[in-house]
Design a protein around this ligand. Structure first.
Ligand code: ADP
Ligand code: MG
Length: 269
């Protein structure tokens, strides 16, 4: 794992968020649910955002990806990817960023997979839609990706449907799809929350291994401090829309002083 600290000044951050404030329409006005959030993620670094349900973690990631419905939401501040401001890009440019530079994985892989198409075809499509590559080459690349995420008998499973995969295997498929575009940044929003504990550990190990192999930056969202300890170099603690504490994961665990951080830590076995 990288040992980046805030403002270490080494490499340019992959992601740089400054003063991010996201609000939703509420009655006649606006209600902010994420307020004045600032953080960087360096190359090869994993930064965790931790907080209980409703604290604004998913809204933060959806704001970075500009996936919130426009007429009911307002995003202020700055979100830079490798120095390029995302909040002022056109929709078309942003679609390109989503297809190429940033990938996301979510809690329930089934909702992101199409139930009526075989797994191999879905990943191949993710490849062909953003790269100039033939279906034959795409198929070879899909097999490579399925093997990379350690799906046993990848070749035999190419033509199987999502329901034929277990929850853990489906999340591996989603990770393979996320890697297809060789993103600079992977945003993982509670990717292990829906999985059994033993499978959770396997998926966390896989993400860590892939990060080392691929060199991407990871923004890892979770409500679970146990998971934070497993994956994160640095940690941001959110509570009801505000960042209450931020530091190296080691600092948060050993010297975290905010009462809410202490409460989260007391839940770790
Ligand atoms: P978390 O991911 O930390 O569990 P969220 O980011 O999903 O929390 O939600 C943060 C807050 O924003 C919650 O109070 C939620 O109800 C509110 N919220 C999320 N999405 C919307 C939306 N589309 N419209 C209005 N409020 C929303
Ligand atoms: Mg969430």
């Amino acid at each position: 794992m990288a040992s980046g600290t805030i403002g270490s000044g080494a490499a340019e951050p992959v992601l740089s968020v400054k003063g991010l404030t996201t609000s939703f329409r509420s009655g006649d006005g606006w209600k902010s649910v994420v307020r004045d959030m600032s953080f960087d993620v360096a190359p090869r670094e994993t930064v965790a955002i931790v907080g209980e349900s409703g604290s604004g973690k998913s809204v933060t990631s959806l704001s970075i990806m500009r996936l919130l419905q426009k007429n009911v939401s307002r995003i202020e501040g700055s979100v830079k990817l490798a120095g390029r401001e995302l909040l002022t890009l056109s929709e078309e440019e942003m679609r390109h960023v989503r297809g190429k530079d940033i990938s996301m994985i979510f809690q329930e892989p089934m909702t992101s997979l199409n139930p009526i198409f075989p797994i191999g075809k879905q990943i191949a499509e993710a490849l062909t839609c953003h790269q100039d590559i033939s279906f034959k080459d795409a198929k070879a690349e899909v097999l490579r990706l399925l093997e990379k995420v350690r799906i046993p008998n990848a070749k035999g499973r190419f033509d199987e449907y999502p329901h034929q995969f277990s929850g853990g295997m489906r999340q591996r498929v989603m990770i393979a799809m996320a890697l297809a575009s060789k993103p600079r940044l992977l945003i993982a929003d509670e990717p292990t929350t829906a999985l059994d504990v033993t499978i959770q550990g396997q998926i966390l190990d896989l993400i860590k291994q892939l990060q080392e192999e691929e060199g991407m930056a990871v923004l890892f969202i979770t409500h679970d401090m146990g998971v934070v300890a497993e994956v994160a170099d640095r940690t941001i603690v959110m509570f009801r829309g505000d960042v209450v504490e931020t530091g190296t994961t080691d600092d948060i665990f050993n010297r975290g002083h905010h009462p809410y951080t202490r409460a989260l830590l007391s839940a770790v076995p």
